[in-house]
Design a binder for this molecule. Structure first.
Ligand code: HEM
Length: 533
């Protein structure tokens, strides 16, 4: 019986083998020979790799699914990675691992384990392991976000925090914010009664504030025509799976064309940043010749250009690093802020009681005969709570940005190999019923009591991250978010267009956005028309 079965298998294999080699011409034979050899080599490579992987301690890795030869678990990952990882955590536990191509990926989804990674072992996990598209757009990781934990990263971060995001500079730049937010209100006024794309208006306001803070004027506006589309494409490419990242042997071929597409965006960006830098260098030299008057105030671009001209190699910057840093600030601030304005407005339109409470608060704190000023913002307690509740349910970076240990270490009793890619699933933590009662209900009241902030200390709620890689832009991000929202909601009453159904589903990406852009119709709320000028 047993030998019959063996014989059957033997005969079937011989039949298939001879069928495979039934060829019509020499080209066909060559193609089949190459394919057969390639498959054999791939299987051999996979076998050797799996063997060494098991020997080196697969048993000590966090649990997780097995995958296919060569590709690992890659074919089984779905579109919305944060949701897929949350589902997998239910099956494999709060820390799990999987092989994607040739790389080990680890996902942690509990507060305790995030504490281990982002706080206790913060130094060990302070490196990034950027995808190839990120390296392409940041000139090989010369920016802050995708740089490893090294002196260059520390210098850039220090410069950004001390020169752009310090309290003193944020106070000094209040005029820029007021100007841009008032301009936004006036633009919306001109479109009253018609559908407005909320993300678009918030993006423009934030972009104009940040460019004014960086080079002190709005002269560069023309350069930024079409910038939003370019940035959206960059963000899309940063979040899209690229086979070249998982199987480095294939990176030569750029099979999905992702690198080619990213380089196209970089050319666009290069044109903008080169023009702005060259213009400033030229203006500086005319100033030296006495041709133009200086106003004596140094903006961030001027500080960077002086650092470019400095001789001391330990603190100087080259032009590529300056461009990478400017790129980082522009992209890190705009898409995140506009995405959040959109989410908050969507939740408000979805919850009419919340909208009524916000309007009552705005009327009480500000009244109806003056416009919102930044000094009002700290007193808008309920609006702050609404923003936090929205951050809890819709963090724009649900897996934060991946980290990578610079040496093998233990997390939750498992070994995390040096160089593996680690995600912290804050989307799961911020919706975990162990941390939040009725986590799927939008209840801003939960943020009215207790001391909640964005500093990354309470690991139940870390939309800006935690530890040394925490977002340095919190003070500006929070201010702009509150100022734009308070102004839009104080000046206008918003409704959905007729026949528009509000849905709150998201689409995973480097920045996770609302799947369908929110459009809403504004109506005048204040009697005095001069308040819209
Ligand atoms: C609502 C607005 C914003 C949100 C939600 C946000 C969120 C985040 C998150 C989650 C990270 C990753 C943290 C981690 O890996 O643990 C990050 C990193 C970063 N953000 Fe923000 N951000 C916002 C605004 C800004 C602004 C206004 C700036 C600058 C002007 C900025 C600059 C950066 C930079 C440079 C990094 C990289 C930090 C590093 O790797 O050392 N962000 N942000």
């Amino acid at each position: 019986m047993k030998s019959d079965f063996k014989e059957k298998i033997y005969v079937t294999m011989i039949n298939y083998w001879s069928w495979w080699w039934q060829v019509d011409n020499e080209r066909d034979e060559l193609a089949r020979t190459i394919l057969t050899i390639s498959v054999l080599i791939l299987v051999l490579l996979w076998y050797t790799w799996t063997l060494s992987f098991t020997r080196k301690g697969r048993n000590r890795l966090p649990p997780g699914p097995y995958g296919l030869p060569v590709l690992g678990y890659l074919p089984f990952l779905s579109h919305n990675l944060h949701e897929k990882f949350t589902e997998m955590a239910k099956r494999y536990g709060p820390i799990f691992s999987m092989r994607l191509g040739s790389k080990i990926h680890v996902v942690v989804s509990s507060m305790d384990l995030v504490k281990t990674v982002a706080r206790d072992l913060d130094q060990t996990f302070a490196n990034r392991r950027p995808p190839l598209t990120a390296l392409a757009i940041t000139y090989g990781g010369s920016d802050i976000t995708f740089s490893n934990n090294n002196t260059h990263w520390r210098n850039m971060r220090k410069l950004l925090v001390s020169q752009v995001l310090s309290n003193a500079n944020l106070d000094a730049c209040q005029g820029f914010r007021t100007h841009e937010v008032r301009k936004t209100v006036s633009n919306v006024y001109a479109r009253m009664g018609t559908a407005v794309d909320i993300n678009e208006i918030a993006f423009d306001a934030e972009l104009n504030v940040v460019t004014s803070m960086l080079w002190g004027s709005s002269d560069s506006r023309d350069y930024f025509d079409g910038f939003r589309e370019v940035e959206f494409k960059i963000i899309e490419l940063l979040g899209a799976p690229n086979i070249s990242d998982f199987i480095p042997l294939l990176s030569w071929f750029d099979l999905q064309g992702r690198m080619k597409e990213m380089m196209k965006q970089r050319e666009h960006l290069d044109r903008i940043l080169d023009s702005i830098i060259e213009e400033r260098i030229e203006r500086n030299s005319r100033k030296m010749e006495g041709a133009v008057e200086g106003d004596g105030k140094k903006d961030f671009l001027q500080i960077l250009i002086e650092l470019m001209e400095q001789k001391d190699a330990s603190t100087s910057f080259d032009v590529v690093q300056v461009k990478a840093l400017l790129f980082d600030i522009l992209t890190a601030s705009t898409d995140t802020t506009s995405t959040m304005v959109e989410w908050v407005m969507a939740e408000i339109l979805h919850n009419p009681d919340v909208k009524t409470k916000i309007q009552e608060e705005l009327t009480e704190v500000i009244g109806m005969d003056i416009v919102v000023q930044e000094s009002h913002l700290p007193r808008l307690k309920y609006l702050h709570a609404v923003v936090k509740e929205t951050f809890r349910m819709h963090p724009p970076l649900p897996l934060l940005i991946q980290r990578s240990p610079d040496e093998s270490c233990m997390v939750g009793g498992y070994e995390i190999p040096k160089g593996s890619i680690v995600y912290m699933n804050i989307w799961a933590i911020q919706r975990d019923p162990k941390n939040w009662s009725d986590p799927l209900e939008f209840r801003p009241e939960r943020f009215l009591s207790g001391k909640w902030d964005y500093k990354g200390n309470n690991l139940k709620f870390i939309p800006f991250g935690s530890g040394r890689r925490i977002c340095p832009g919190v003070p500006l991000g929070e201010k702009m978010l509150m100022y734009i929202l308070a102004s839009l909601l104080h000046s206008f009453d918003w409704i959905l267009p007729k026949d528009e159904e509000l849905e709150l589903s998201d689409e995973f990406g480097f920045v996770t956005k609302k799947r369908r852009p929110l459009v809403a119709i504004p109506f005048k709320r204040l009697c005095d028309a001069t308040l819209y000028e």
